[in-house]
Design a protein around this ligand. Structure first.
Ligand code: NI
Length: 215
């Protein structure tokens, strides 16, 4: 059974160890294989999609939502929002919202700014939480499944958010080992919204400090 938050209704992250796997920059050619691997372990994840990729692959978004995953916004064209005028920041978000809504019927509730680049001016352009991460696998740099898996496993903490990119085949190949090892350690894999108990966080998840930081 699943609920609208994309987490098993039975999972209570106050009582069990939860971790959120997040995948940025897709959807793309490796997203379908990733969805199959997640399904094999009954894992839920959050996809921070680039709007123009979402517009090009609406079927993948629908499949992800149908499987209980969450879709967040990673902006339309992956620019550093801190370099853009306010109107362009809003346009990057609005255009992505329209693409995700056209594909799934849902508007993303969470935003992950490209490069984690965030300042007060950017934050003022949306009331939605800007979600960063607690552990970065650096999968874009290593392109080595074993290394990516090791970094993810070592970086996992209860309540943590792990950063991956589903545009790299090496990342998708790393996922079964991550799921198997962390499952054996008692972790459940939930969406970011489920991690926060279904209450939308009014905060950015810090890239540097474990735990949530009010900003
Ligand atoms: Ni990105």
């Amino acid at each position: 059974m699943s609920d609208a938050l994309g987490g098993s209704a039975a999972v209570d992250c106050r009582r069990v160890k939860c971790v959120a796997l997040t995948f940025d920059d897709g959807p793309g050619p490796y997203t379908g294989p990733l969805l199959r691997r997640l399904a094999a372990h009954r894992a839920r994840a959050t996809f921070f999609v680039v709007g123009r990729n979402a517009a090009a692959n609406p079927g993948l978004l629908r499949r992800a939502v149908a499987a209980g995953h969450e879709i967040g916004s990673h902006t339309w064209s992956h620019r550093d929002l801190t370099t853009l005028p306010a109107a362009e920041v809003r346009a990057e978000l609005a255009r992505t919202d329209r693409a995700v809504k056209a594909a799934t019927g849902l508007v993303p509730k969470l935003v992950r700014p490209p490069y984690g680049a965030l300042n007060t001016a950017v934050r003022l352009q949306t009331s939605r939480p800007m979600v960063l991460w607690s552990a970065d696998t650096l999968d874009w740099k290593y392109r080595d499944s074993a290394r990516v898996a090791r970094r993810a496993i070592n970086g996992a903490r209860p309540g943590g958010i792990l950063l991956f990119h589903d545009i790299h085949p090496t990342t998708v190949q790393a996922i079964p080992a991550v799921l198997k090892t962390l499952s054996a350690r008692g972790y459940r894999f939930v969406t970011v919204s489920r991690l926060f108990g279904g209450r939308t966080p009014r905060l950015a998840y810090s890239a540097t400090v474990p735990g949530t930081a009010k900003t």
